[in-house]
Design a protein around this ligand. Sequence first.
Ligand SMILES: Cc1cc2nc3c(=O)[nH]c(=O)nc-3n(C[C@H](O)[C@H](O)[C@H](O)COP(=O)(O)OP(=O)(O)OC[C@H]3O[C@@H](n4cnc5c(N)ncnc54)[C@H](O)[C@@H]3O)c2cc1C
Ligand code: FES
Length: 316
Amino acid sequence: MTNESSGPDKGMFDAAVFANKHIKGKFYRLGLEFYGDGAAAFAKARPGQFAELDLAGIPLPPTDAIAEDLRDASERKILLRRPFSFCDVSSRKDKIRVEILYCALGPATLRMTSLSPGKSVSVIGPLGNGFQSPADKKTALLVSGGMGAGPLIHLAKTLAADYPKMGIIAFAGAKSKTELPFERPTDEISQQLGFALHEFARVGVESQLATDDGSAGYEGFVTDCFTKWLGRSSLAVKDTIIYSCGPEVMLARMAKIAEDKKIDCQISMERMMACGFGLCQSCAVKCKVNGSSETIYKLCCKDGPVFDSREVAFEL
Ligand SMILES: Cc1cc2nc3c(=O)[nH]c(=O)nc-3n(C[C@H](O)[C@H](O)[C@H](O)COP(=O)(O)OP(=O)(O)OC[C@H]3O[C@@H](n4cnc5c(N)ncnc54)[C@H](O)[C@@H]3O)c2cc1C
Ligand code: FES
């Protein structure tokens, strides 16, 4: 799994936890620090790539800290590593820091909440193909649903640094205000900066917020918020690219919007993953064959998780 000539591109490494912050509700942000070969590999990590974490040996939090609806599930044995994308990658002297925005919803992610600074985690990565760079585009529109925000926060930072003249706008949606995986109260930030979300504002990226129940921002699906915004804008479609990550039903909708408007669109898909690098075939994504009605299966972990939206044959 390594490339000797230029340092490893990926591999299995031990990472040290430097932070594990509870954001609110079931949302957390884990900070991992890599040294040596691990630092060399993760320095090359691109937005949209992911890593497989071994969380089996981590103890569960105390029972009274586990939400009642997760207590039965929390006892389930963890046989496999779990995949997570990155919301930030940064360098600090000879170390690389990788941050993961995560939601505690089952046995592995509940264990993840117990990781405290100084603990070590076995990580395989960086894996998969991330978002492609938009060299010839003037505007990038980032659309996330729920936990899909993580890789798009990372992408916003990278695009803002690599393409300082590019217009970048983020659209983030969730079921309700409490389901938004962001740190600061949204109204405080919007008052101070005129931008909805701190996570994007800190890299100079404007953002719009939508919640299905209207408890924060636009009332309705983020895809509707996005469509209305697009309708009011006068963007040249050939200069524009959409990047999206979130639940599959939302990605299918984004793919349709992009197809109707003829805008290039890259989507980050999710599948249950076992190996994470193309061996077990557990993460198949049905894809269209160009110029034919046939379909083939590609692997989310190896060919993706980011796909061109025209490629995926959604079955919803
Ligand atoms: C490429 C990739 C990147 C990811 N990035 C992140 C991230 O940045 N932050 C984050 O919180 N989560 C992310 N996930 C999802 C994460 O891997 C799962 O939440 C985790 O595996 C759940 O493990 P668990 O044992 O706690 O819960 P489990 O008991 O395994 O799952 C709990 C519930 O979530 C569903 N679920 C679990 N994994 C997935 C999945 N991959 N797709 C759809 N439904 C699933 C299960 O069906 C079940 O209902 C990512 C997944 C993939 C494939
Ligand atoms: S997770 Fe094993 S092939 Fe994709």
